[in-house]
Design a protein. Structure first.
Length: 296
């Protein structure tokens, strides 16, 4: 059952609610990272750090900033090449390039340890960070994780990469949003959620999206997860057609956990079903906090 703490009315539309969580930015030694945050007054509670997918951004987590910020510091970044965040250096980056940027950002904000939540492409970054800096990850929650094509034959990786890049070149950000955003949600998603996904996807920076496309082609999340021994959970919407349950089952198996399937939700389930996803994140964070207490 959903906790009473996660039954908000959500009287404001997504864009109106976002005003409460303005863009912030921090300069690290190597780049600028833009982000949004909530719950600053809870300084002694373990932070929840959220990483968005390839066609998204920090703003997509507005409902989680609203709800989770009541009990936790919550931070959502714009990945390198998104929003105000500067790009990673390689033209064809790998997951560790983004993991290094994540490390620099957490250092700049003086966050020593956190609950890390990755959605879709964000899961590739989260997984890479976790195996490199396991002590900083209290728990790893992967929502509709992209597995990456790093384990596929070279011609498959190239075909997947080049097809996505060609679509971007042909359509541009707005055209991409018009054509692809509906695939992010289930058939039952509300119009406000649909418009929010379209709006965020239309804001992508083509150069940043291109680098993220290379990341998707180069990464192998399942391999990374076999090397992480910390707490992991994997969840997917039952109506997800982009990273469907069968694909996410392979990721869960690599992490040696059971896959959680959220009824009625699509790929961006945390946008269309925020109450259920916030409850899922909250419950996972509570487990991580209990584990920390048991170790002390």
């Amino acid at each position: 059952m959903t906790s009473p703490a996660f039954t908000p009315a959500f009287t404001l539309a997504h864009a109106d609610a976002l005003v409460r969580f303005p863009e912030q930015r921090v300069d690290t030694a190597r780049r600028t990272i833009g982000y949004r945050r909530a719950g600053d007054r809870h300084l002694l509670t373990m932070p929840i750090v959220m990483l968005h997918g390839i066609g998204s951004g920090a703003a997509s987590w507005v409902r989680q900033l609203e709800t989770l910020g009541e009990n936790h510091p919550v931070l959502a970044w714009d990945a390198p090449g998104y929003g105000q965040s500067t790009h990673v250096e390689p033209v064809s980056p790998v997951a560790s390039d983004y993991a290094d940027a994540l490390s620099d950002w957490l250092d700049a904000l003086e966050i020593e340890r956190c609950v890390l939540v990755g959605h879709s492409l964000g899961s590739l970054i989260a997984g890479s960070f976790a195996i490199r800096q396991a002590a900083r990850v209290a728990g790893l929650l992967l929502l509709s994780p992209a597995g990456g094509y790093g384990a596929a034959p070279a011609h498959v990786r190239e075909e997947k990469r080049d097809a996505r890049l060609a679509m971007l070149a042909e359509l541009g950000p707005q055209g991409l949003a018009d054509k692809r955003s509906a695939n992010m949600l289930s058939a039952g998603a509300g119009e406000d959620a649909r418009e929010w996904v379209r709006s965020i996807m239309a804001r992508i920076d083509p150069a940043g999206y291109s680098q993220a496309t290379h990341l998707l082609a180069n990464a192998d999340l399942a391999s990374d997860l076999t090397h992480f021994k910390g707490r992991v959970a994997v969840a997917v919407g039952a109506e997800d057609t982009i990273t469907p349950p069968a694909a996410c089952e392979l990721i869960a198996k690599a992490a040696n956990v059971n896959l959680q399937v959220i009824p009625g939700a699509g790929h961006a389930g945390y946008i269309e079903a925020p109450v259920r996803y916030s409850a899922l994140i909250e419950a996972f964070a509570a487990q991580c906090k209990q584990s920390k207490g048991a170790m002390q």
